[in-house]
Design a binder for this molecule. Structure first.
Ligand code: NAD
Length: 496
């Protein structure tokens, strides 16, 4: 039995016939588990038209009405979080407990957005001039869109739409075509929560659907999360079409371990952050920077831990790491194992050995030692369970390495030296920093975003920057006559 995933437009599943479809896989078996409709330009038009029609009424819904829908959505998300986690695992491959973790982090953004009445307070200044008041109001933009990656099919969309919708916008989501079903479950929950039809829509597809959104005259803002080449393309294309845009890209996150660090803590952190979700996290640690003489002792501890890790199907409770998302992606990730050896690195743990049986997209945790910055495994974002170890002599050398990298999403330092940690936090050219914390994903009330090639645009996701992104400010200057009149004055208005 295979499933069929279609668009969600105007509060219900789409009833049209798609001209193109894609396959959806179960990555643990390698078997096609369903098909997903790919939207044409006119299908995207239909979704944007529904969102546009829903906008005036939703914009004018009171803050309390909007917050109440969000509270109901939050309750339903909690009720069905296990089911949502299973849907994610079945198409992405990550273990169910990890998928539940992503739902929980997305839920936090919904909870943040429940406070929208407070977040949308503007400013007010009385008597900016005699008997003249000035105030600012935050207003929604209209139809906004989110284009999201495969690796967090629930959490990343939830960085966007709870806040966009709470601010009074209407939303069109274009999730990854590799794991499209989580978005449909979310759409059903919105409908059950009482969100008016057309406020939240989903179109599936590929570049055709994305380009149609980027070029659509009625789309006012674009939020994107995905790889850096596509993020750059989205940023340039959306901006050229006059849209507000935030485009979060790829990553190469370094974890620096200083000689005075707690090595058991650092080894646990490197394994958790390197191999959790098979390394398919934008905040995964992919480069371990060992400041000598720490490397040998640290690697022994990591190897001990890795040897016991259980790779297996995401829905098997004994599995700690699932398969990769597609066969092509697994093959590409595995190709770095061969190229790194050819280029002079050492395969300390070879993840091609001891794979689970069957045709799943398997690769076990891999540790590559003696990596240098000129190697492909260092230069590229591998996005798999591959941890590269670069040995350096000093703290300064470690800092220089992190800063020279084109990406700037996340980084971490492990040390017991407060001064070193503080200098790292102060100087490093990276957007999200962990101190003895390997995956420093900001809480919902802070904002998520990297620097350099990890983000195009100036707004990070969720938190107050999310509210800023999904609203525009109107400044009003008002005078109620009472009973003095200023008379004719052609001079530029000044206060007095
Ligand atoms: P991707 O860039 O291939 O796809 C992301 C989205 O863009 C998908 O919806 C896809 O359909 C669409 N897309 C793909 N090719 C396109 C094209 N040529 N034109 C228009 N649209 C296109 O990314 P992915 O493989 O789904 O996700 C993994 C990537 O996402 C990694 O690079 C990872 O680091 C990154 N990521 C970044 C963050 C972050 O916060 N910075 C978070 C999660 C994932």
């Amino acid at each position: 039995m295979t499933s069929h995933v279609t668009h969600w437009i105007n509060g219900k599943p789409w009833t049209g016939t798609a001209s193109r479809q894609g396959d959806v896989y179960n990555p643990a078996t390698g078997v096609v588990s369903g098909t997903v409709d790919f939207a044409s330009v006119s299908d995207v038009d239909e979704a944007v038209a529904a969102a546009k029609a829903a906008f005036p009424e939703w914009r004018d819904a009171s803050l309390s009405q909007r917050a109440r829908v969000l509270f109901r959505f939050r309750e339903l998300l909690v009720r069905d979080s296990e089911e949502l986690a299973r849907i994610i695992s079945s198409e992405h491959g990550k273990v169910v407990s990890d998928a539940a973790g992503e739902v929980a982090r997305g839920l936090e953004v919904v909870e943040f957005a429940c406070g929208i009445p407070h977040l949308l307070k503007g400013g007010f200044s009385e008597n900016v001039s005699t008997k003249v008041d000035a105030y600012s109001i935050l207003q929604p933009l209209g139809v906004v869109t989110g284009i999201t990656p495969f690796n967090f099919p629930a959490m990343v969309p939830m960085w966007m739409f709870p806040i966009a919708i709470a601010c009074g916008n209407t939303f069109v989501l274009k999730p990854s075509e590799k794991d499209p079903s989580a978005a449909m479950k979310i759409a059903e929950l919105w409908a059950e929560a009482g969100l008016p039809d057309g406020v939240f829509n989903v179109v599936h597809g590929d570049k055709t659907a994305v380009d149609a959104l980027l070029e659509h005259k009625d789309v006012k803002a674009v939020s994107f999360v995905g790889s850096t080449p596509i993020a750059r393309y989205i940023y340039e294309t959306a901006a050229r079409n006059g849209k507000r845009v935030q485009a979060l890209g790829g990553a190469k996150n370094h974890m620096v371990v200083l000689p005075d660090a707690d090595l058991d803590l650092a080894a646990d952190a490197a394994v958790n952050a390197g191999f959790g979700s098979a390394g398919e996290r934008c905040m995964a640690i992919s480069v371990l920077v060992a400041v000598e003489p720490v490397a040998d002792a640290l690697l022994e501890k990591i190897k001990d831990r890795v040897s016991g890790l259980v790779t297996g199907p995401g829905d098997d409770p004994t599995s700690e790491m699932g398969p990769l998302v597609t066969r092509a992606h697994r093959d590409k990730v595995a190709s770095y194992l061969a190229s790194s050896v050819e280029q002079g690195a050492t395969l300390a743990v070879d993840g091609r050995e001891g794979l689970p049986s069957g045709d799943g997209f398997w690769l076990r945790p891999t540790l590559i030692d003696n990596v240098t910055p000129d190697m492909d495994c260092y230069q590229d974002e591998i996005f798999g369970p591959v941890l590269s170890v670069v040995r350096v002599r000093t703290f300064d050398e470690a800092m220089a390495l992190v800063d020279a990298n084109p990406y700037g999403n996340g980084t971490a330092i492990f040390t017991n030296d407060g001064g070193a940690a503080r200098r790292f936090q102060n100087e490093v050219e990276v957007g999200m920093v962990g101190i003895n914390v390997p995956i420093p994903v900001p809480m919902a009330y802070y904002s998520f975003g990297g620097w350099k090639a990890s983000l195009f645009g100036d707004s990070h996701a969720h938190g107050t920057e999310g509210v800023h992104f999904y609203t525009r400010t109107k400044a009003v200057t008002s005078r109620w006559l009472d009973p003095s009149h200023g008379g004719v004055n052609l001079g530029f208005p000044t206060n007095g």
